[in-house]
Design a protein around this ligand. Structure first.
Ligand SMILES: NC(=O)c1ccc[n+]([C@@H]2O[C@H](COP(=O)([O-])OP(=O)(O)OC[C@H]3O[C@@H](n4cnc5c(N)ncnc54)[C@H](O)[C@@H]3O)[C@@H](O)[C@H]2O)c1
Length: 387
């Protein structure tokens, strides 16, 4: 039986608790930490857990016996909390974003290695049946060499969103929609398409006045084999029409699921390649559906990795790749320059201190609330087309 403790008893903690409760035969939640311990108590009552509430992760480490720490607190706490848990010999599942800087990611990876513990970063969108099928189809090379891949991480958030105390600041949220919203699609992007050699980006705050950080970014990614990527993050898009589309030399596939294939006429104009479309569609239809989706899918994998029955799918290196791409987008957007990857520690945005020094305040945060009256949030986009 794997003993689990959660650090952070806010909005996303509900999703984790509900997912862990699906695997009651394999795990139990024994502790909940929140700097407002009544929030931890309230969740223990609500879910009828046999667990203890704590005000700090140090108290948890002193008092509780557990195997897996799950970090559901704000981004600026992720690295120090994860490192403390790993050094105490616990496995760690940390919510996205992995951390607020690449330097912190490297320290977390070093702590995981030094203590021989598992470090997983939440990227629950891999665990959607259409996304898993897309990955299989691209890996099988049936679409041919990838020539272009595009992710539209389009979200909509009202101005009030940034009233929560830790949001909208470089110090506590670590960034805007590129880091905290597109993080999901950027994970999918490097998982399926790979890491680029360089990128050029634009980063802006167009419409969120109570926030230092960006509400829009767009980046063009350049790969060694010539393919081009495009990643756009936005909090401005009503209806949140998200898509991930991959153009291969032979066919296009994407999520929301689509398949199109063309072949050339004698003059180079296109004809439909219905036979190839049918072949890819049949492959898609034949692939099995996932048993557990989203957070439950990832938690199932983390439990299996601890049990020793499966490799860890979302490891710390994957979380770091995401932060590296986000950091490169900031470095390019703020300097106007094309940025080469991999980033080195000399990059001004490699450390949290560097980001705090060099990132512009698009606006100043003037309003702040400790908690919203209603804690419930929407996981995924409101108009979720990726199911
Ligand atoms: N995977 C997803 O789809 C998804 C969705 C929403 C949020 N998140 C991530 O989850 C994390 C939390 O977001 P949220 O929306 O639940 O925020 P929240 O503010 O609702 O909850 C965070 C909780 O952590 C507590 N907290 C703050 N500092 C703490 C500390 N040092 N130790 C213990 N508890 C502490 C706060 O009091 C609060 O109750 C963020 O990293 C966020 O990006 C992920």
């Amino acid at each position: 039986m794997i003993r689990v403790a959660l650090i952070g008893a806010g909005a996303i903690a509900d999703t984790h608790i509900e997912a862990f409760l699906k695997f009651k035969a394999r795990c139990e939640i024994v502790g909940l930490v929140d700097i407002y311990p009544d929030k931890a108590d309230e969740k223990i009552r609500h879910y009828d857990l046999i667990a203890q509430a704590y005000a700090t992760h140090s108290q948890l480490l002193n008092d509780a016996r557990f195997d897996l720490g799950v970090i559901c607190a704000p981004p600026f706490t992720h690295a120090p909390t994860a490192i403390a848990l790993l050094n105490a010999g616990k496995h760690v599942l940390v919510e996205k974003p992995m951390a607020t800087s690449l330097a912190e990611c490297d320290q977390m990876l070093a702590a995981a290695r030094a203590n021989n513990r598992l470090l997983s970063v939440v990227a629950q969108n891999r665990y959607r049946t259409p996304m898993m099928k897309l990955k299989h189809i691209v890996d099988a090379s049936v679409i041919g060499k990838i020539v272009h891949a595009q992710v539209d991480s389009f979200w909509w958030r009202g101005n009030n969103y940034y009233n929560l105390w830790w949001r909208g600041t470089w110090e506590k949220e670590g960034g805007g929609c590129t880091l905290n919203h597109a993080v999901h699609q950027i994970d999918l992007f490097h998982w399926i398409v790979g890491m680029p050699q360089s990128l050029q980006a634009v980063v802006a705050n167009v419409a969120h006045e109570n926030s230092e950080v960006e509400d829009f970014s767009t980046a063009v990614l350049f790969y060694t084999d010539g393919k081009i990527g495009q990643v756009t993050a936005s909090l401005l898009h009503h209806g949140e029409p998200q898509q991930f589309v991959i153009q291969g030399e032979r066919a296009t596939v994407g999520v929301p699921w689509c398949v199109r294939a063309m072949c050339q006429r004698e003059n180079g104009f296109p004809d439909d390649n219905l036979a190839l479309e049918k072949e890819i569609q049949t492959q898609y239809d034949t692939l099995p559906a996932l048993e557990h989706e989203l957070h439950a899918g990832q938690i199932d994998n983390v439990l299996a990795a601890i049990e020793g029955s499966a490799p860890l799918m979302n490891d710390g290196q994957a979380g770091r790749n995401t932060i590296e791409l986000v950091t490169a987008i900031y470095a390019s957007g703020f300097s106007g320059k094309r940025i080469e990857l991999p980033l080195t520690p000399e990059n001004p945005f490699y450390t949290r201190e560097g980001t705090l020094k060099h990132a512009p305040h698009f606006q100043e945060k003037t309003k702040s609330v400790e908690n919203f009256a209603s804690g419930r949030i929407i996981i995924g986009s409101a108009n979720d087309q990726s199911k």
